[in-house]
Design a protein around this ligand. Structure first.
Ligand SMILES: [Zn+2]
Ligand SMILES: [Zn+2]
Length: 282
């Protein structure tokens, strides 16, 4: 049996490994294929795919888009993207611009709270990649304003905290539209973060997303309980969705989570990739 991992992050978003390093790591771990799904960006894909063809390893170009949804969060995964597609690139450039406008707002709010950080500090903490709230937390920790990353989120950065500033998100149908526009296939990621209240809400949501072009659901995910997995399997069957899976590996040491296997028991067969490829041509 040959295994895959379809949910991975690199330094192009908030992962630790560079795209080419991650591809080599996946090959070392004897996986058959991986998908790189960085948050709101395809920046790492060119490098990853070039490395993949160099070493003879299948890399599926993907993305993870944060969509507008409440009460929880909705992450839409896109697979087999044409990374040169103009609509995809235009929409992602728009997102990056919105993000760039958001971060200085967070700096302003922190400054007003008497915390002396500059945007340059945060950019430096990001190591040249995408700037996100974890980088703000890192700076607060380094400067001694908090004792842990978690405290930084709790006291300052989480939703509702005094330095929080909401980011722009596309509506789910918009994200599905530009994923499909770039010949990609849209999959709903880790549905357990949606905060959906019971089966009736999940049914209502999925039937709507399927009408908008959703083709798959991430059934296998380290944070899903066995009963959640069972529920998402039922829903996948009901709506004719491909059952996908991935570890959401970020390359962070010490959290017991590894590529391909998650917390040790994940085994995602290559047939998932074949099912996605088939769904792409439907
Ligand atoms: Zn996610
Ligand atoms: Zn992720």
């Amino acid at each position: 049996m040959e295994y895959v991992d379809l949910h991975l992050h690199t330094t192009a978003s908030d992962g630790v490994r560079s795209p080419s390093n991650l591809v080599n790591y996946a090959k070392e771990k004897e996986l058959r294929a991986i998908a790189i799904t960085d948050h709101d960006t395809i920046e790492g894909l060119d490098e990853a795919m070039t490395e993949g063809s160099k070493i003879g390893f299948e890399v599926i170009p993907g993305i993870e888009i944060s969509a507008e949804y409440s009460p929880g969060s909705m992450h839409l995964l896109g697979y087999f993207l044409d990374i040169h597609h103009p609509l995809l690139n235009e929409r992602l450039a728009y997102l990056q611009k919105a993000r760039a406008e958001r971060n200085p707002k967070i700096v302003e709010k922190l400054n007003r709270l008497g915390i002396k950080v500059t945007y340059e500090d945060v950019i430096k903490a990001s190591g040249g990649g995408q700037v996100g709230r974890p980088h703000f937390a890192q700076v607060l920790l380094e400067r001694g304003y908090v004792r842990s990353m978690q405290e930084a989120f709790e006291r300052f950065l989480k939703k509702g905290a005094p330095a929080y500033h909401d980011k722009f998100r596309f509506k789910p149908e918009e994200a599905i539209h530009f994923i499909q526009g770039a010949n990609g296939i849209a999959v709903i990621g880790h549905p357990n973060t949606l905060g959906a209240n019971g089966m009736s809400e999940l049914n209502a949501l999925l039937s709507q997303l399927v009408k908008q072009g959703l083709k798959g659901i991430e059934v296998y995910y380290p944070e899903h309980s066995p009963s959640e997995v069972a529920t998402y399997k039922l829903l996948a069957e009901k709506y004719g969705l491909v059952m996908t899976g991935g570890t959401d590996y970020h390359g962070i040491d010490g959290n017991d989570l590894d590529i391909g296997v998650g917390r040790g028991d994940m085994k995602l067969p290559y047939s998932i990739v074949e099912a996605l490829k088939a769904a792409r041509h439907q």
